[in-house]
Write a protein that binds this ligand. Sequence first.
Ligand code: VGL
Ligand code: ZN
Length: 198
Amino acid sequence: MPKALIVIDMQNDFCPGGALAVSGGNEILHPINALMDEVDAVILTQDWHPADHSSFARNHPGAEPFSMTEMPYGPQVLWPAHCVIGSEGAAFHSALNIDRADLVIRKGFRSEIDSYSAFFENDHKTPTGLAGYLRERDLLDLTFVGLAHDFCVAWSAIDAAGLGFTASVAEAATRAIDLDDSLAKARKDMRDAGVTLR
Ligand code: VGL
Ligand code: ZN
């Protein structure tokens, strides 16, 4: 079965020095580049938010970053502004081997809704189009890596398993934000969904 490596959000803002830095995020660049040699296709996701995005705490008067709010589609963490369309923070880290990618899929570009998963926006309904692309290419065995383990990597891998793909996460090539024990919860949710953690 042809294999794809799905590299989640390896952008400057999620690496040390960035607006929503994930601790150790830069340590996984070389492991990710090395995993590219083991697959038939590489797909990159790129978090891509307009400046007025509803997931940014600054767009909710009085709200602190990392607090929770209720959106029409469910609960939502309010983040520091990050990955603003066209900014240096939204660019891929310069050490990532982007030349190997067949497809770059952008997500979170609608102001009113966030999109952690590479497959669906946070309403769990609006598709990004990635599932159709992978199925048409017969890329049904997916390995997820990148940032962050407990948010966009976990949500993507869980959706992949739910859509019928074979899904695994290469844990040496991901790092977590770990907000309120979110990593332990995400690992349990992934296992329960049928995702292999390796
Ligand atoms: C992410 C929070 C907000 C991620 C993206 O890539 O995990 N987390 N936007
Ligand atoms: Zn985001």
